[in-house]
Design a protein around this ligand. Structure first.
Ligand code: THU
Length: 138
């Protein structure tokens, strides 16, 4: 799919965020950028540590940074890895994204100079998501 100029810019920024990834275990570096409704950007990269289950994905780093700064409205999340294939958020990230940004657009890029990208909505990545009464609806 051909992305908009905005999507391309975000993928470039996610590429930059990927440089900070700490992924000595998997060797799989991911960068993400999360855009708020006011246009503010929060960057994330995956951070691995030897207690493997404590490692965290780039998307969740971006979200937790933004949420902890008081942000509540998000429009787009872009992500990229070095893979020649488009990188898609893992299941755990999909749940968190959906809970805090049910209408968000996700721009997923392919690395390795492929220039491929795909744009979708979180609801399409996580159909029939688990909900609970405490969810705030946008
Ligand atoms: N990873 C992310 O950061 N985001 C994704 O969308 C997929 C996976 C990270 C987790 C782990 O550090 C490495 O990539 C390999 O799974």
């Amino acid at each position: 799919m051909i992305g908009t100029d905005f999507d391309h810019q975000l993928i470039q920024l996610a590429q930059k965020a990927k440089e900070r990834a700490i992924a000595p275990i998997s060797g799989f570096k991911v960068g993400a950028v999360l855009v708020t409704s006011e246009g503010k950007r929060y960057f994330g990269c995956n951070i691995e540590n030897v207690s493997l289950s404590l490692s965290i994905c780039a998307e969740r780093v971006a979200f937790l940074k933004a949420l902890s700064e008081g942000e509540t409205k998000f429009i787009t999340l872009a992500l990229i890895s070095d893979s020649k294939d488009i990188v898609t958020p893992c299941g755990a990230c999909r749940q968190l994204i959906w809970e805090f940004a049910p209408n968000i657009t996700i721009v997923m890029g392919a690395g390795a100079g492929q220039g491929k990208m795909q744009t979708t909505k979180i609801a399409d990545l996580l159909p029939q998501a688990f909900t609970f009464h405490c969810h705030k609806k946008e």
